[in-house]
Design a binder for this molecule. Sequence first.
Ligand code: CP
Length: 325
Amino acid sequence: MNRESSLCLQLTEAGELRHLLTLEGLDRSIIENLLDRSEEYRHPIGSVPARDTCLAGRTVANLFFEASTRTRASFELAAKRMSADVLNLDVNTSSRIKGESILDTIYTLQAMQADIFVIRDASAGVPALIAEHVQPHISILNAGEADISHPTQGLLDLLTIRQHKGGFEGLVVTIIGDIKHSRVARSAAQGLRTMGTTDLRLATPPGLAPDPLHYPGAVITEDVDAAIEGADVVMALRIQRERIENNPRLPDKNKYLEIYGVTEKRLQLARPDAIVMHPGPMNRDVEIVGSVADGPQSVITEQVANGLAVRMAILATISEPRANS
Ligand code: CP
């Protein structure tokens, strides 16, 4: 299924969000509504968390066929704080291990009246495949799809940028690291483009540059210093250890920080009020030095808090009565 089909599939005939599969081509007004709604669920750390009952009677099934801490925990908390029943399928002891297909797994849980499925899978196209086959009252939320898409991460990144920069137009956004394999970068770029950011710079080590077709208008370079110069937003991406170990064109992990990492010295090239982001999990002192990750310009903890608010906003939005249902 191509991306255009995914976009059509995730909307009802009335143009309302039924599934969340991709940010690519998603209407600006839908993104803005989700960001505005997320603000309502954002309560300061230390205060009583946001709660409501809008998912009472609904069942959210979390199916993570790849590892996750932030996305899985925040979807679970979001669903519970909105009064849903929550099923966290332990994939390692599920019948998928015996060879059951993903669709048969979904049909099984559908028969138990699960009606919102949160899916992370290493294979491209799985969320859309499921969305094509489920009953009309069911919603599918993509919680990370191969190297293709991570739309809730994209939304939490947009929310964090908007909170600090007030908007998106005129911003210089620099993403550094393994862009080629990054679903986070893909979704962030799609969202930023829709919201009006035109200066997107992608700085990658050799061999980790993305297909430019996925990043129309972006500058792709191996020169990290040039890419970071004058940036309003600096986002570091995780470099998978096995990619460092197996790629002779990459330096060892100690040298990686010096050449491609976000260090205090390199950050001085960005604007003085630049924010530093990282989707997590981080390799401290590999792609980002610990003092920057914990420093005054870092918004990494805010990204995590925003992730919960964004997932509550999405659950609330897709569970509203729909015009044609
Ligand atoms: N950013 C992100 O997706 O983190 P997890 O893999 O921990 O969910």
